[in-house]
Write a protein that binds this ligand. Structure first.
Ligand code: PRP
Ligand code: URA
Ligand code: MG
Length: 217
């Protein structure tokens, strides 16, 4: 597994992440979702540089030009709920990709511990394809691990790009350890040092799903 961190050199990406982190800007869920989406577009552009392309001759009003199109069959997948705006951003660039969705959520018990529940999966055949799996937050890594394993039941892809905007160092280390030998690239923007006692990333952003779509029971 390879890890690519896209926050260096510093770019406008940092300003988008700053808005997502900022408690005052977080009161605007439309801006929060739009930041997830436009960061998805940035990740898609970075991932696009790793694809293979085939040339195609294009007829313009004045002549012929050769341009390039991805050769890979792409499948964009995401983890519900917070993955949806990020998914849409990636799909804005890979607009002909197939799509998949996996649900993963933390189900808390009375003593504050939680299990991750996967209750829904919808994805095409992945055999030989290039899969992008998006989720803005990588905290303990449990959701991504279970979602990855669930979706792999749909066939062995050629390569998987895992996309996370804000990761904890512990989450990055965990995913690296379990997918060490897999044809996987983990793309992250910021990596924060800490997880708190509830396994939230610190400083992080808080609960990405709630910030995008409101609290859930
Ligand atoms: O790495 P982990 O410790 O598993 O935590 C990360 C997960 O938590 C968030 O989802 P959440 O469970 O809050 O669901 P939501 O998107 O519906 O709010 C986030 O979008 C990840 O899926
Ligand atoms: O910090 C975190 C951890 C899990 N899920 C989130 O949305 N944020
Ligand atoms: Mg959440």
């Amino acid at each position: 597994m390879e890890i690519k961190q896209i926050n260096q050199p510093v770019s406008i990406l940092s300003s988008f992440i700053a808005e997502m982190r900022d408690v005052e800007v977080q009161t605007d869920p439309l801006r929060f979702r739009r930041n997830l989406e436009r960061i998805g577009e940035i990740f898609a552009y970075e991932i696009s540089k790793t694809l293979t392309y085939q040339p195609k001759e294009i007829t313009t009003p004045l002549g012929k030009a050769t341009e390039w199109f991805p050769q890979e069959k792409l499948v964009v997948t995401s983890i519900l709920r917070a993955g949806v705006p990020l998914h849409n951003g990636i799909l804005n660039y890979f607009d002909r990709a197939e799509n998949g969705f996996v649900s993963a959520f933390r189900k808390y018990t009375v003593n504050g511990e939680f299990d991750i529940h996967i209750e829904y999966i919808s994805a095409p055949d992945l055999t030989g394809k290039t899969v992008i799996m998006a989720d803005p937050m990588l905290a303990t890594g449990s959701s991504l691990e279970l979602a990855y394993k669930a979706i792999m039941a749909n066939g062995k892809p050629k390569h998987v790009h895992l996309v996370s905007i804000i990761a904890s160092q512990a989450g990055v280390d965990y995913i690296s350890s379990i997918l060490e030998e897999e044809p996987v690239t983990l793309w992250v923007a910021a990596v924060d040092d800490e997880l708190n006692s509830k396994s939230y990333i610190v400083p992080g952003i808080g609960d990405a799903g709630d910030l995008a779509y409101g609290p859930k029971l």
